[in-house]
Design a protein around this ligand. Structure first.
Ligand SMILES: NC(=O)c1ccc[n+]([C@@H]2O[C@H](COP(=O)([O-])OP(=O)(O)OC[C@H]3O[C@@H](n4cnc5c(N)ncnc54)[C@H](O)[C@@H]3O)[C@@H](O)[C@H]2O)c1
Length: 383
């Protein structure tokens, strides 16, 4: 069996590659990345709080672990993807490559277009390369996002729901009500993958990834650590709050923090992709990759408590104007039966947060040096 992992140098992709190597020691695993994430974070003037190996060192390390290749290439190149798929003939594609930041995609016309071109053309190239090379029995596993659903005022189903309209009934994909050009790129991916499934019979596992939280997995630690970003553009809310608390900076909650948001630990996120790689795929299946939603203000409280427990620090919670266009208040209920079956015994968000404090304690100086990256310029003097 051959497993192709795109985005293998990324925050999720790297620990996923290491876990796959451990789980499938006799299988060929091919990681591919163009290392763009490293350049984006540099471009916005920030760094990963946890140092990571250079691409060359990572390549050497994984190649020592088993039958793993670490290939550099840009998935927006049709020629590159076609050669990749023709040469390796993957039985599984775990597609994690994307420009994943909503705020980055909202900076300008250029960034919005770049994000959608990068994400959508990469996915289309992979789908078409499978078709053109006669590989439609490949299981296509893709990271999309819970953000494609938007914030409806009813429980969010796992991808599909039954609709009744003027006496007719059908089961249809949930509408896409994304709130950023990045999230909209994932809606476009969902549409194209669903079409590839309906027209060509490709088995697709569409994993609606929630806000991934965590600094380590069993394999990704020490010199094999994955990146940890804490800036306004690439740091997810949990990571930003933890980094703020670590250096005694107030935890900056946007608005009243009354929005429920879905979370998943890095461990559960990685493990669920590995579990999917053991399966053949079954039609078009959606997995809401979260154990449920937590309100942002509750998350801030959770992180304040963890800071007191783990590093003995009292931190303040500060409300700042919300730079995002979103509902001021939202109760999020999200169904996750398919995902729960995948992870078996899920891990706890609180434990992942405690682990972040332990891992980052020795990295305070680097966070302190880049603390002007926590907030967009307009909000920095209001903190
Ligand atoms: N981390 C989260 O909280 C989160 C939440 C929801 C969805 N997701 C999705 O999960 C996936 C993994 O996210 P992540 O946090 O690891 O992001 P990441 O940016 O760390 O990883 C993505 C990787 O893809 C690579 N990449 C991007 N475009 C490429 C291209 N054209 N060719 C080759 N490589 C390319 C990047 O260099 C990067 O290493 C993404 O699809 C993301 O949209 C992540």
């Amino acid at each position: 069996m051959t497993i192709l992992v795109t985005g293998a140098d990324g925050y999720v992709g790297w620990p996923a590659l290491l876990r796959l190597a451990k789980t499938f020691p006799d299988e060929r695993i091919v990681g591919v990345d163009n290392f763009a994430r490293r350049r984006w974070v540099e471009e916005i003037g920030s760094v990963s709080a946890i140092p990571i190996l250079s691409p060359r060192e990572r390549k050497r390390k994984v190649e020592e672990l088993g039958k793993i290749s670490f290939v550099e290439g840009d998935l927006t190149s049709k020629e590159f993807v076609n050669v990749l798929v023709r040469v390796y003939e993957p039985d599984m594609v775990i597609h994690l490559a994307a420009q994943p930041s909503a705020p980055y995609s909202q900076i300008s016309w250029e960034k919005a277009v770049y994000t959608q071109y990068n994400n959508n053309i990469s996915t289309l190239n992979l789908l078409w390369a499978l078709k053109e090379n006669g590989l439609l029995s490949t299981h296509f596993i893709a990271a999309t996002t819970t953000g494609v659903y938007g914030a409806p005022e009813y429980p969010i189903p796992e991808g599909f729901y039954e609709v009744e309209y003027k006496g007719g009934r059908d089961v249809v994909p949930h509408p896409h009500m994304a709130g950023s050009f990045y999230h909209m790129s994932k809606c476009n991916d969902v549409n194209n993958m669903y079409l590839a499934h309906k027209q060509w019979g490709l088995n697709v596992s569409d994993v609606r990834v929630a806000i991934v939280t965590g600094a380590t997995t069993e394999e990704a630690r020490g010199e094999l650590a994955t990146r940890f970003d804490f800036d306004f553009y690439f740091g997810v809310v949990t990571h930003r709050f933890c980094a703020q608390a670590l250096i005694g900076y107030p935890i900056t909650v946007y608005g009243r923090g009354q929005q429920g948001k879905p979370f998943v630990t890095l461990e559960d996120c990685v493990q669920s992709f590995v579990e999917l790689a053991k399966m053949d795929g079954d039609g078009y299946t959606v997995y809401n990759q979260t154990l449920g939603a937590v309100k942002i203000i509750e998350l801030a409280e959770m992180i304040r408590e963890a800071a007191a427990e783990e590093i003995g620090l009292e931190v303040e919670i500060k409300h700042v104007p919300n730079p995002r266009v979103e509902k001021e208040e939202h109760e999020m209920f999200i169904e996750n039966d398919n995902f729960r079956k995948l992870v078996g015994k899920p891990t706890d968000l609180k434990d992942a947060i405690a682990d972040i404090f332990r891992e980052l304690e020795s990295r305070k100086a680097i966070i302190e040096a880049y603390k002007d990256r926590f907030l967009p310029k307009a909000l920095l003097n209001q903190r």
